[in-house]
Design a protein around this ligand. Structure first.
Ligand SMILES: [Zn+2]
Length: 246
């Protein structure tokens, strides 16, 4: 059968257009296969992590602490402590620089934990050393300041707090107060002892903050039976004994 030339020409033109179209799409897809995009995303993540650091206490940091959060004769030495620098987001989504002093035993865990909270956008309003408040825990809590190390007793007792060892962290303390023997700290936080109410910066069981600490072996003061300390996460000694027996 003879096929007219103009039909053959039309078929050839059609096949050419289809073929060119596929090549064009193929080129575009492999470009977005993401060599530049993936590379870009990895670069951003790497840069973010570089803002989360752990270091020994510099002379400048230690002089801020002396006679305030750090007291001679306290249960830990300067060499036992580490200085963390992190990023965090507040409720408005702004990125802020934060700092914290903690025990060297949990420094790397906290660095990882705050990086995780930053990446999911978990809000933390403020992270400064308590020394900026003359190590006055009430003043630090009233300012909703997240902190860790402070050489002090457990409220109303003569027992050293886990904060004296740098093994406890208080997160957004104004909105997550402590309630012990009917006393609320900070004293202005009575409305936030109603844990069924809705308000910002509230820690609840299973939220990213609670999960980040519990998955790393911390205990939450909001889960205690006899008193409540919703801001408080601490590392129990049993966690260290467990690690040494591995
Ligand atoms: Zn605490």
């Amino acid at each position: 059968m003879r096929i007219p030339f103009r039909i053959l020409a039309a078929i050839a033109l059609f096949l050419c257009l289809v073929s060119c179209g596929n090549r064009r799409h193929g080129t575009a897809s492999s470009r977005s296969a993401a060599v530049p995009e993936t590379h870009g995303r990895e670069t951003v993540l790497m840069d973010t992590a570089s803002f989360f650091t752990v270091s020994e206490l510099s002379d400048e940091v230690f002089s801020r602490m002396q006679g305030k959060s750090f007291k001679e004769g306290g249960p830990v030495s300067r060499q036992d402590l580490r200085y963390l620098k992190v990023l965090h987001k507040n409720l408005e989504g702004e990125t802020l620089h934060g700092e914290m002093v903690c025990n060297k035993l949990i420094a790397d865990q906290l660095r990882e934990l705050f990086l995780e909270l930053f990446r999911v956008g978990y809000p933390i309003e403020r992270m400064r050393l308590v020394d900026d408040y003359d190590a006055d825990d009430e003043a630090s809590m009233m300012d909703n300041n997240t902190s860790c190390f402070n050489c002090r007793f457990i409220q109303g007792t003569s027992m050293a707090s886990k904060h004296s060892l740098g093994l406890a962290v208080d997160i957004n303390p104004l909105y997550n107060p402590s309630l012990k023997h009917g006393i609320v700290r900070p004293s202005c936080a009575i409305p936030y002892t109603d844990r069924d109410a809705s308000f910002p910066y509230k820690i609840v069981r299973g939220d990213p903050c609670h999960q980040a600490f519990l998955s790393r072996g911390f205990v939450w003061g909001g889960g205690w039976a006899s008193s409540k300390d919703w801001q408080h996460f601490e590392k129990p000694w049993s966690e260290f004994l467990k690690r040494e027996s591995l």
